[in-house]
Design a protein around this ligand. Structure first.
Ligand code: NAP
Length: 180
């Protein structure tokens, strides 16, 4: 049995994930319990619980508000994942981080593939991309990065979820897709 730590556990994904992980050893921390951009608090949480897997469901998802306060969005969407990745690189454990279709320009005439060139046109997309590229990728070889195809055809959802992702997460990812 794995030890799962969920950040942003009060949000949509965090709530669904908690339900999907019944029977597993789970610590679900909402924003009031753990601010992912607070490195001292993140380090303490990871040292105390020693998770095998951290699912980062925390994000600044207010797309319109991010346009007028990109700094606040950057703190959660870019700096926060970096804090998590850094703490896990030190203490061990895998990080599962969720991307978004906003990292793409949105003008393609076909569904995006996970490795298509990015080109965010919004503050939300820029900060999410910064979290993946600048913060996580250079710190870790231990994570999964899920480019969420919410709103795409369900078949794309299943193709996109890495085969190597833990089965519970695969399922919830697919369920999310199918419910959209
Ligand atoms: N929902 C979608 O359609 C969709 C589509 C594509 C990708 N995604 C991605 O999926 C992931 C989960 O999204 P979601 O839909 O579950 O978002 P959500 O419902 O907005 O949940 C995000 C959670 O993160 C919390 N949070 C904000 N700042 C935080 C911080 N500094 N530290 C800890 N927690 C913090 C929020 O708390 P407050 O509510 O108190 O702010 C909220 O509970 C995100 O990475 C998002 O980019 C979502």
């Amino acid at each position: 049995m794995n030890r799962w730590l969920i950040t942003g556990a009060g949000g949509q994904l965090g709530t669904d994930l908690k339900a999907a992980l019944v029977g597993e050893e789970v610590q679900a921390l909402g924003r009031a319990d753990l601010d992912i951009a607070d490195s001292t608090a993140v380090t303490r949480a990871i040292e105390d619980f020693a998770p095998d897997i951290v699912v980062n469901a925390a994000a600044y998802t207010a797309v319109d508000a991010a346009e007028s306060d990109e700094e606040a969005a950057y703190r959660v969407n870019a700096a926060g994942p970096g804090v998590l990745a850094t703490a896990l690189a030190k203490h061990g454990g895998r990080l599962i981080h969720v991307s978004t279709d906003y990292v793409f320009a949105g003008d393609a005439q076909r569904p995006y593939d996970v490795d298509d060139p990015t080109g965010p046109t919004s503050a939300y997309g820029r900060t999410k991309l910064a979290g993946e590229v600048k913060r996580i990728a250079k710190r870790s070889n231990m994570g999964f990065r899920l480019r969420s195809p919410l709103g795409w055809l369900p078949i794309s959802c299943m193709r996109e979820t890495p085969r190597s992702a833990p089965s519970q997460l695969r399922q919830i990812h697919i369920d999310h897709c199918l419910s959209e």
